[in-house]
Design a protein. Structure first.
Length: 394
């Protein structure tokens, strides 16, 4: 047990699901501890400087915070005794690698509206279950009812603010419901033909998607019933992503090969078009906001965020979304994920970049290829910070 990894996270946590799924699929030995564990407050929070999860503690005591950084750690280990992971999440093809980082970016961030809406707007179905889940995450087993109520009210207050900041409101709710229903049907059609997003094994994009689907939309009672009734193929995909086996009985001829560059299925292109409508307007408006924010702070030192609070939130910005005006938080982390996608494109060969350009033009996503902030977002000491002004180093 002393050689195991320790994953600090929880079952109701959106982000924890991403790392837990990856570690289970790779059969990496780990124990999971909740943030209510005393060691988290004593040893982990002073290092990461926030009450945030997931956090990975390696057998040698290294602390890694952030889902992408944790998966990168396993994907790119290079020590002489390091073994390759069982199911590499990094495709060899430049085009398919760009696609997996595209879906990782979109699935991890763009789906926060249904994630938060379906958890907190159906109390008759969800409330007691979610209350119990939060109590087991943050409190000791012998906590009294008063402590549980106080903790839950704190969690609900924090989450209500978060829901507002991702655009959940009375006007947007019917559109969130329709958008999520559309996504489920697109995933149903895709998973009829492919066991995972990009073929025969999970890649970064699948782990981004499991973050949004598992804790809230698959486990919380009301959306769990909805998924099983409307999209059983998606529920099976969640189960497939939740254990070490491949669970491919509905894909008996599948191998671990990923789709070929010249065989991107129409079902995947339809998912790309969905995110062109769902996410492209938001990340575009946020990049413009961030560049204005940076231009107003020309003296900002590289390696800093320019923020008083360690949230990575620059402010809130309005954009057009599905026929209405929506205002959401502008988060530095979103640009970090955008950069990861763009970096994968730039690392592709010239011919692969041409194929990427054509595919993203076909699906209405070509603006993403050149959408940039004036400074890169870097991660230092488990926080997002700004790099040097790119215009001054070109």
């Amino acid at each position: 047990m002393k050689d195991n990894y320790i994953l600090y996270g929880s079952a109701p946590s959106w982000a924890t699901a991403k790392v837990r799924s990856y570690m289970r699929k790779q059969c990496i030995p780990f124990v999971e501890r909740p943030p209510g564990d005393p060691r988290f407050a004593e040893k982990i929070m002073p290092v990461v400087m926030r009450n945030i999860m997931p956090v990975l503690e390696t057998p040698d005591g290294t602390i890694i915070q952030d889902t992408a950084d944790i998966i990168d750690y396993f994907e790119h280990k290079t020590g002489t005794n390091d073994e390759k992971v069982l199911l590499p999440a990094t495709p060899e093809s430049g085009l398919i690698r760009a696609l997996t980082h595209f879906f990782d970016m979109c699935c991890y961030d763009a789906l926060l509206r249904p994630v938060l809406y379906f958890r907190w707007n159906f109390p008759d179905d969800n409330l007691e279950y979610v209350k119990n889940e939060f109590s087991s995450t943050y409190l000791p087993p012998d906590a009294d009812e008063k402590a549980k109520e106080q903790m839950f009210e704190w969690a609900r207050t924090v989450t209500a603010s978060f829901a507002k900041n991702v655009g959940v409101n009375a006007e947007s709710i019917p559109l969130i419901e329709a958008s999520y229903s559309e996504l489920l049907q697109l995933l149903v059609e895709h998973f009829k033909g492919q066991p995972y997003l990009l073929g025969g094994r999970p890649t970064y994009g699948d782990y981004g998607l499991i973050a949004s689907l598992y804790a809230h939309l698959y486990r919380d009672p009301y959306p769990a019933k909805l998924m099983r009734q409307q999209a059983p193929e998606v529920a099976r995909w969640v189960e497939r992503m939740s254990g070490p086996g491949q669970y491919l009985w509905d894909h008996p001829d599948s191998t671990e090969d990923l789709i070929a560059d010249n065989a991107v299925p129409d079902t995947l292109k339809n998912l790309m078009r969905y995110f062109a409508e769902e996410y492209l307007p938001e990340i575009t408006a946020h990049a413009i906001f961030a560049n204005d924010w940076l231009d107003a702070r020309p003296e900002l030192e590289p390696g800093t965020s320019g923020l008083v609070h360690l949230t990575g939130v620059l402010g809130r910005n309005e954009f057009d979304w599905r026929g209405i005006k929506l205002k959401t938080s502008v988060r530095m982390y979103n640009f970090y994920m955008l950069q990861r996608f763009q970096d994968s494109v730039e690392a592709a060969s010239e011919s692969e970049q041409q194929a990427i350009q054509l595919l993203f033009e076909e699906t209405g996503l070509s603006p993403l290829l050149k959408l940039k902030t004036h400074r890169r977002v870097e991660r230092e000491k488990h926080l997002e910070v700004w790099g040097a002004d790119l215009r001054s180093v070109q």
